[in-house]
Structure formats: structure tokens, C-alpha cells
Write a protein that binds this ligand. Structure first.
Ligand code: SF4
Length: 100
């Protein structure tokens, strides 16, 4: 079991993608700024830009959505953007249940 830089959680075989995380050695405040205004807006946009260059962006976003990571930038998406994805997925799941 290994740990990553900014993602200081234990890695299991399923999330070895974190070994390739471009953000492993970046300042955590860039990906987890305090607040959503002022300096935090600049940090969030810079973090999202770095994510576009990361080869595990899909795995990262899936992990964040599957494990309900509420804070920070994951997979190129901000907290609000991930909440919007969750709302859409929940609505789609409800619609699928109603139609079956
Ligand atoms: S997609 Fe972004 S947050 Fe996810 S591992 Fe890559 S750089 Fe880090």
C-alpha cells in the first residue's frame, strides 16, 4: 500500500491511478482552496487547467463521484460542477426507475 502526495489516503489496487496523478507534488491549496471567491477562484481555475493535462482525469473524476468527494478540484471539476453531475445522474436514475 502506498500513499500519494496531496491525496494522502491509502491506495489500493483499484485506485493505483493516483500514482500517475499530475497533482501529486503540487501545493494542496491549489486543489483545495478555502472558499469559492477571490483567490480561491484563481486557484480553482489553475487546478482545473492542470487537470486537463493529467492522464488519469477520467479515473480521478469517477473516484470523486463514486466516493462523494465534496471538497476541492477532482478530475477537472470543481465542487459545484461535481454536485451538478450528481444531480443529473440522480435524476436519470429516478427516471430510469420510473420507466421500468
Ligand atoms: S485529474 Fe486533476 S485532481 Fe485528478 S489526479 Fe489529475 S491533476 Fe489531480
Amino acid at each position: 500500500m502506498t500513499t500519494t502526495g496531496y491525496l494522502e489516503m491509502p491506495c489500493t489496487a483499484q485506485d493505483e491511478w493516483r500514482d500517475d496523478a499530475l497533482c501529486r507534488n503540487t501545493d494542496p491549496e491549489l486543489f483545495f482552496p478555502i472558499g469559492t471567491t477571490g483567490h480561491a477562484v484563481v486557484a480553482i481555475e489553475e487546478a482545473k487547467r492542470l487537470c486537463t493535462e493529467c492522464k488519469v482525469i477520467s479515473e480521478c473524476l469517477d473516484f470523486a463521484l463514486d466516493t462523494n468527494q465534496d471538497s476541492g478540484v477532482w478530475g477537472g471539476h470543481s465542487e459545484e460542477e461535481r454536485r451538478a453531475i450528481r444531480r443529473v445522474r440522480a435524476a436519470e436514475a429516478r427516471a430510469a426507475r420510473l420507466s421500468s
